[in-house]
Design a protein around this ligand. Sequence first.
Ligand SMILES: NC(=O)c1ccc[n+]([C@@H]2O[C@H](COP(=O)([O-])OP(=O)(O)OC[C@H]3O[C@@H](n4cnc5c(N)ncnc54)[C@H](O)[C@@H]3O)[C@@H](O)[C@H]2O)c1
Length: 246
Amino acid sequence: MQLSGRVAIVTGGGQGIGKATALKLASYGADVAVVDVNYENAVVAAKEITNMGRKAMALRVDVTNLKQVEEMAESVFNELQAIHILVNNAGITKDGLMLRMSEADWDLVMNVNLKGAFTCTKSVLKYMTKQRWGRIINVASVVGEMGNAGQANYAASKAGLIGFTKSIAREVASRNITSNAVAPGFIETAMTDALPEKAKEELLKQIPLGRLGGPNDVAMGIVFLSSNIASYITGQVLNINGGMYM
Ligand SMILES: NC(=O)c1ccc[n+]([C@@H]2O[C@H](COP(=O)([O-])OP(=O)(O)OC[C@H]3O[C@@H](n4cnc5c(N)ncnc54)[C@H](O)[C@@H]3O)[C@@H](O)[C@H]2O)c1
């Protein structure tokens, strides 16, 4: 799984799964642009990558804003001379039961999780099609496959991301660009730290491997899908969930 000479963009790369992915891609040889609304975290992640001897950029970008994303893609291309790998990882939750869910919470989750993948994919495809090599990896969720009470907005956005992944796979396959999703189960990050202890105990009962995953479990799946050895895999969902959903 060699990635030297590759340039990657990781959205939401400032912490959690995105940061682990940015660092793993760099450890396999890629130069990485860390994109996040939280600029301070993006800078720290980029610094860790340059300390590893790779090139890195930190960019403050809100993935819901197409203009900001287009400018980001242009500056990554100008600075790092290519865009080979896009990891659409930025994502949020705004949980609530349907009867209580506000329109604002529905829209925000759709905008970040689903529209964010649209803005980023649209903005990098022109570079990938010209170079006739590309990897798009969307971070979906087990919840997009199984559903989850209290997460209708989040589940819909992640199920939507799976449909998006497959459509893009069909559109760009002739240009030697693959489009795949990873669907993590419950991974220990700030997102799951917010869960009450009781909810975590209930969750563990549903996971055959008997533990939550770590960010690197997901990052390694993304490294694999980014690499040359995954060149015949497109339009797929790689489940990284401890057996929670089969
Ligand atoms: N943690 C889990 O158990 C789990 C499970 C399945 C899927 N996921 C998915 O994995 C991805 C990463 O999750 P995480 O647990 O690392 O979350 P996290 O909250 O730790 O990190 C998310 C990152 O995205 C950034 N971000 C949020 N909104 C943004 C925006 N509009 N533009 C740019 N950046 C933005 C945040 O600043 C943060 O750095 C998400 O898409 C999430 O839905 C997580």
